[in-house]
Design a protein around this ligand. Structure first.
Ligand SMILES: [Cu+2]
Length: 119
């Protein structure tokens, strides 16, 4: 009976935790960029748009975000990142911001030029 009780308690706790996090979303968004400076810019932009956590991985160029779906969404986050000059999966980075990026941060845009719509 002790074991059954522990399982029951465990199940209740899992439900309680998932209930509290019902609005929390995790998402991976491809974002163009090159270096550690890009990483800082991209993560800062995502957080400005309401992401609780934002980690951009340099080798895979994937931005992992955690956000409250009641407060923000994937589109808003991508808009902010694009506003900082970086192409995202759905939104082309601002050309003005891109031109102001450090030379090492001016990533190759050829693909994005055709695939991503203008902000
Ligand atoms: Cu960079």
């Amino acid at each position: 009976m002790k074991i059954l009780g522990a399982i029951l308690l465990g199940t209740v706790m899992v439900f309680a935790a998932s209930g509290a996090n019902a609005q929390t979303k995790n998402e991976k968004i491809p974002v163009s960029g090159n270096c550690g400076m890009c990483k800082k810019n991209i993560e800062k932009a995502a957080k400005t748009a309401g992401a609780k956590e934002a980690v951009w991985d340099i080798p895979t160029k994937m931005l992992a975000v955690t956000y409250n779906a009641k407060k923000t969404n994937s589109h808003k986050i991508q808009q902010a990142v694009a506003g900082a000059g970086y192409d995202t999966r759905e939104i082309r980075g601002s050309d003005k911001a891109y031109e102001k990026l450090h030379a090492c941060c001016q990533y190759e845009r050829t693909k994005a030029d055709t695939a991503v719509k203008q902000l």
